[in-house]
Design a protein around this ligand. Structure first.
Ligand code: DC
Length: 224
């Protein structure tokens, strides 16, 4: 079987990469991997089991044995639907902590690579282009200022009727960026060949158009 084409979309939380990656996958009819969801689920089960983040081997073992599956747009842990639970700030912070553990990242590597199935994969995360799929055909690095990302999150949470404070959200986002960017294992950084886009002042439609242009320029056979 030939190599399965992969598009990686990396960037910090709130940059819009999840929505973008899903739209690109749907447009092409390709598979989609939300790698952040894996770390979020692991963060939740680590907290539930009351395991300290220092117990790296125990957490790596949990990572290797999680009964996690993605069925249509739902995330299932065993039979439990955790799709909404993993979207909370608590889950995001817990994810960022377990994601800093090299043994955990190692345990999840092959599992993530197995998602590369025909006709192709769009993978969303932090290290998709640098570590998990270094030979991906197209690499995108999408960012936005911390203030803009906090504001987007604030609006989303308000729409859901949740009371939040913009200043503390901005602070949390900065802390998470700091942890994700400065860890030794697979830090958040753009791959050398990545197309870097800043969505702070760009409409998501425009971002999508630029990404699709890059995809068709690199993989002309995909253009019908
Ligand atoms: O993309 P997200 O916000 O759902 O990711 C949640 C956390 O998981 C984020 O703080 C960093 C971590 N993460 C990671 O380290 N590597 C990935 N490929 C995806 C997410």
């Amino acid at each position: 079987m030939g190599k399965v084409p992969v598009i990686t979309i990396d960037g910090p939380s709130g940059s819009g990469k999840g929505t973008l990656a899903q739209r690109v996958a749907e447009t092409l009819g390709w598979h989609f991997l939300d790698s952040g969801a894996i770390y979020r689920v692991l963060g939740i089960i680590t907290e539930r089991a009351d395991i300290s983040v220092d117990c790296v081997d125990k957490i790596a073992e949990l990572a290797a044995n999680m009964p996690l599956s993605f069925i249509r747009s739902r995330t299932l842990l065993g039979e439990e639907d955790v799709s909404d639970l993993i979207r909370t700030e608590t889950a995001g912070n817990a994810a960022s902590k377990v994601a800093a553990i090299p043994q955990v990242r190692h345990a999840l590597l092959e599992w993530q690579r197995d998602y590369a199935k025909p006709p192709g994969l769009v993978a969303d995360g932090r290290d998709m282009g640098t570590v998990v799929f270094p030979s991906a055909e197209v690499k995108i690095f999408l960012t936005a200022s911390a203030e803009e990302r906090a504001l987007r999150r604030y609006k989303q949470l308000k729409e859901k009727g949740l009371g939040v404070n913009l200043a503390s959200l901005t602070e949390e986002i900065r802390e998470r960026d700091e942890r994700d960017s400065n860890r030794s294992a697979a830090p958040l950084t753009a791959a050398d060949q990545a197309l870097q886009l800043d969505s702070t002042a760009m409409a998501m439609d425009e971002v999508f158009q630029q990404v699709m242009q890059k995809v068709f320029a690199t993989l002309p056979n995909l253009r019908q």
